[in-house]
Design a protein around this ligand. Structure first.
Ligand code: PLP
Length: 382
């Protein structure tokens, strides 16, 4: 039988490739973005409690109402905005499903989606499955600044969506209030939806404020924001997340969600609903991760790797131009196989890589792991 692939150019993700190489060469994996420490014991106990308390059947289609209420309370506390638990929140199987559902719900064949590259790798395939056309705007090292006039010049009658991501993977940059205001002006009076990937909302440093689309009432009316409990509560393997948006958009989102998964894992929703009621469980995260960022940066200060201090996420970029002429994929492989530390190159996040000599390291690791990696990287003597 002949089948016609919807993603004929799709390759194995760079994360899988580099993690495989890390295992083969016994390298310390600072490549893939997940913690090497467990999620909190209290949260694990809550999950066990509900698992053993007959909370194992279907939840309501948009998710457990108690969890949606806890999320609404959190939004009130962190953004000062009121969102309806009944109408404006839907619990999803991680942020990835929320992104996929939003894209397939709103993007029709032939319509265009503007993405800002380097971009998280699920965006383009999701757009293509929907029959949409990705249009990449290139952000470049070292500032990764966005020229919103240029974004506006990319907009035409076919533009249906603009995807943003703040704090940003892989660059560790965060959008400013002025960025969100510029975006608000661009989409105003146009049938364009903003899909805002905010999975690292609580991983933001140096006293900065996360500029969520939820803070901008006018922009919010045209937005769907996407979040991940995996990133917030060190539980990436559970694949739990949620989407937030105005009712008229969420009705359409749920229209696709119900035929996609209908509802997601039940007992973790009960546990997360309870865990979220203690705000320090998420307000403590900036300090927790900032220490790790500073620890790694300090340990690498005598190497030729030049850091671009992360403003958010658990990633930090390092420029290796003083050390090598290799392209970033070759250099990341060299680090993995010869130095024993796995890193991620940035070129796979671009459709047309600009050739920057930059790699991404993940600092969501135990201090001992970061110290051991730094010891190996010290071989890259100045
Ligand atoms: C920017 C970004 N968006 C979405 C996701 C996916 O999140 P989840 O694991 O909740 O699906 C990730 C995970 O790495 C990410 O970095």
């Amino acid at each position: 039988m002949h089948i016609k692939s919807k993603l004929p150019k799709s390759e194995i993700t760079i994360f899988t490739v580099m993690s495989g190489l890390a295992r083969k060469h016994n390298a310390i994996n600072l490549g893939q973005g997940f913690p090497d420490f467990d999620c909190e014991e209290r949260l694990r106990n809550l999950v066990a409690k509900y698992l053993n308390d007959e909370k194992n059947q279907y939840c309501p289609m948009p998710g457990l109402l108690d969890l949606r209420q806890s999320i609404s309370d959190k939004i009130q506390l962190t953004c000062g905005q009121t969102v309806s638990p009944q109408d404006e929140i839907c619990i999803t199987a991680g942020a990835t499903q929320a992104l996929f559902t939003a894209i397939t719900a709103f993007v029709h064949p032939g319509e265009e989606v503007i993405i800002l590259e380097p971009a998280y790798d699920s965006y383009i395939p999701s757009i293509q499955i929907a029959g949409g056309i990705p249009r990449g705007y290139q952000m470049v090292y070292p500032d990764y600044a966005i020229d919103w006039n240029e974004i506006e010049s990319m907009v035409n009658e076919k533009t249906r969506m603009i995807i943003i991501n703040t704090p940003h993977n892989p660059t560790g940059t965060v959008l400013k209030k002025s960025d969100l205001e510029a975006l608000e002006n661009i989409v105003a009076n146009r049938d364009i939806i903003v899909l805002s990937d905010e999975v690292y909302e609580h991983l933001i440093y140096d006293g900065a404020t996360h500029q969520s689309v939820l803070r901008f009432p006018k922009l919010y009316q045209q937005s769907i924001a996407v979040f991940s409990f995996g990133k917030t509560f060190h539980s990436t393997g559970w694949k739990m997340g949620y989407a937030v948006g105005p009712k008229y958009l969420m009705d359409e989102f749920k229209n696709v969600h119900q035929w996609n998964v209908f509802c997601v894992n039940s007992f973790t929703q009960y546990a997360l609903a309870e865990h979220l009621q203690t705000p320090t469980n998420y307000t403590s995260l900036p300090t927790f991760f900032e220490q790790k960022r500073d620890f790694l940066t300090d340990r690498l200060k005598d190497t030729p790797l030049v850091p671009k201090l992360s403003q958010g996420t658990f990633f930090q970029l390092f420029n290796y131009a003083a050390l090598s002429d290799m392209d970033d994929a070759t250099f990341a492989k060299y680090l993995t196989t010869e130095i024993g530390v796995a890193a991620i190159p940035l070129s796979p996040f671009y459709s047309k890589p600009p050739g920057d000599k930059v790699i991404r390291l993940c600092f969501a690791k135990k201090e001992a792991t970061l110290a051991a990696a730094a010891e190996r990287l010290a071989k890259l003597a100045k």
